[in-house]
Every structure is written in structure tokens, then in C-alpha cells.
Design a protein around this ligand. Sequence first.
Ligand code: FRU
Length: 491
Amino acid sequence: MVKNIKDVKPAIISDEEAIANTSPFRQKFHVEPRSGVLNDPNGFVYFDGQYHLCYQWTPLAFHKDPKIWQHGWYHLVSKDLVHWQEIGPAIESDTKYDQYGTYSGSALSVNDQLFIIYTGNTWVDTDTDQWHRVPYQLGAFMDHENHFTKFDHPLLTDSPKGYTGHFRDPKIWQHGSDYYAVLGAQRQDQTGTVVVVHSKDLHHWTTLGEMQPAERNFGHMWECPDYFEVDDQGVLLFSPQGIPAHDGLYENIYQTGCFVGDKMDYHNLIFNHGHFQELDAGFDFYATQTMAAPDGRRILSAWFGISEIAYPTEKYHYAGCLVLPRELSIQDGQLVQKPIRELAALRKEQTKFDFFVSENPVLLAANRTQEIDAEIDMSTSSRFEMDIRANADNDKNTKLVFDKNEQLVSLSRADAGIPFAAKYGSERYRKLMIKDKIRMQIFVDNSSVEIFINGGIIVFSARIFPDNDQDNLFVTSRGGKTKLTASIWKI
Ligand code: FRU
């Protein structure tokens, strides 16, 4: 088994990249892998005058030889969170503590160095029916030349008593002069939770326990937890697995969402919070990670995908990308996500619209990649439809609908292009009070749409894989006319 990307013949990697490059679905302004699988964002941090972002990377996931397998972190840097420069492979699965995966983790700038904490995955007793995971929490430093040096010894060995081998994804932060991290965990009774660990020097860590009051029976495993404070409140963001769908919520195979509450009490880990808020109303969103920008903004990245879903790009030997970075804030107890303002740097030629839309579909634009910033006034209509990435006949499209009678907004990708994940449904909806004006900001890339409604109170993210002739944007109004004021920028 190949452990380090350096041991893979360069020709193998370049062949995989050449196959990926034949894909019609390569993204224009989203981070995606040159080949293989991208999943969680890791080590998202501002350090040394720039943003750093790594992702979980299995470069040869679709290579024909199953013996060639390698799983590590891939590293990028950016000055503006929009334009990324690839640094290359970062941490590799090349020690006995991480030989079956350098799993997710996070980074913190400490005394002019970047400290990394991540999970090393190992399997033991693999030749018996007692085989199981043994996780290690591992440390590394990154220097100013982007070199990572792993610690010799694990920071924490195995799961604490009472938990299974599913104990991973440390997210670190500093509080006063102390360091804390939250980890996703599974209790022995197969319920998911989050565990807090603590250190005074980054080298010696102890387990403090679960945040209290401990949530019971909320899924069987929580992945990628993140605790932070924004707008004077505490937020615990995580990806729980095993939450049943109901009332249009939790329709995806796995969820991502948060609890918002009072700030955590560090003496007893008490975190009083409200109900679980599913973060994205769309289809492909998982494993979030946030960071504090130098100007104080809390910025989120996430995997624009979910495990166990077969994406059509796999045919071209790659899968996965990251969502556009989102700025987080809290409004009336709800976590709100806005696309970061830096994304305006992508805007090219602008077209403006200001008219009443009627029952006859109007072609607004024929751009493959674009940003749409629109306000609609539905005070004299009952339904407004926007067909994104539509063909000329508008029978293939990604359909966004505002329905005043139902007081719903919905997104359908049933006719968006190559079907996939249909087992989990092709339409998502959210309740929305529709009286008059609604604002929306939409980013359309070669194989995705991200829709931010009313300043990020509702967000839909969807991967789509349209045909080559699906470049049109139509709008239609029913039950009266809808006033539309919009700017569209080519990207
Ligand atoms: C979430 C996850 C994490 C794990 C990583 C491995 O997608 O399963 O819990 O660290 O992916 O790639």
C-alpha cells in the first residue's frame, strides 16, 4: 500500500489528472481536486498574512489499481478567499498513527507557528472478526515555508472510556491562555455526541468530557464539530449522522447544522442552546469548518458533497469541491450565512433588469457561470419561477420557485441534468413568509448553484450536471405579475 504521494509514480498522477481534465463539469471558481476525491475542509486559518485551507484528499481514489491508495491533506493559500494558489500535498498517511487516513483536523496560529491537530485513523485486529478502529489525535507544526512537521507522539491515544473508535475531527481554539478542542464522538450505546479536550501547552492534552446538558439520541455519530462565538452567542456546528427526515428537513443522507445558545461555561462545559438548525436547505453540504478572519468575521467552508453519494464526475476520476466561503452571523437566534463580500472580485460584464415579469417566460441571460443579485416583489402575484441552467425549450433546468399560496420556496434538480442521488429526492423546500419583497443572491458555476435568500436566512446548495446546451436563465410569474429588479454578472 502506498503511504506517501511521493512514492506514487508521477505518470500515474498525471494520467489521472488528464482524465479529470476531460470532464465538462470542471468548476470555474470553486476549489476542487485535480484528481481523486475531495471531502472535508481542514486547517482553515489565517496565518502569515494569508488564508490557508486544506482538504481531505484521496488523489487516486478512482485509479484502476486498488493497491495504490493514499489519503492526506491537500494545501491551498489565498489572499482573498476567492483566488486560491495550490501549494500541494500537505500531511500524508505515512506513520503508524495515521496509516489508514490523516483524517480531519484544524489549525491555530500560535507564537508565529501554525499548530495542526488532526485525527490519525488506524485499524487493528484486521485479520480477526474483532477488527476495529483505533483513533489517535495527532499534532504537527507548519513553518513559514509551508512545511509540516509531525510530532513524534500522539496527543491522545484511542477513544476515552465509554466511546467507540469513532472519535475524531478535533477543532481547536484558544480561550485565554488555554487551548481547547471539540471532537466528534460516538458513545458505546451508539449515540453521537461532542467531547471537549484541553491543553495548556499544545503537547499535553486531557479529556474534559461532553458539553452539558448532553444531547441524547440525536443520531449515531457526530462528525466535524466546531465551537465558536459570534454576535455574543455560542454556536456548536456539527454533522450528525442518523437523523430521520421529517417535514422537509434532514432529507439528505447525512446532516449538517448547529445549536445556537449562550456562550459555553468553561468551568462545567454547560452550553444552554436552542433547537437544531439545519444549515443548508439544499442537497450537497457537509463537514463544515469555520475560521476567524483578521477583521473578526467568522467564515465558513464546507464540503459541497456528502459521503456515500456517487457524483457523475467520478467517471472522470474526481469528485467533490468546496462551497463558496460564507460569513456567519446570528439574527433572532438563527445562524445566517452570507456569501463573503470578496466574491465581488469575480464579477465581469454586468446586465441590469427592472421590469414586471408575466406568464410568458423571459430569457434573462445565457451565461454558463454567473452571479445573480435579484429582488422580486410578489405583492401582485402568487408564484415566481426562476429556471437556472435551462435548455432553449426550458424542459431541462434547475427550478427555483417562490409560492405565495403555500408560503414556500423550493428548489428542484429533477430535470437539471445527469440524475444522481435521486433516492434522497430531487426537490427541497423551506417555509418562507412571502408577502412582497424577496432578495436573492445566486452563484452559478459549471456544475453547481448556491442560492442565498433574504440575506442568507435560507440557503440552497446543489451540485448539478447539465448538458452542454443548458445555459439559459428564464423567469416566469403566475397569478399576476412579479416586479423584478436584478443585476447579473458574468463570471
Ligand atoms: C467526514 C469524515 C470525517 C473524517 C473524514 C475522513 O466527512 O468522515 O469524520 O475525519 O471524513 O476523510
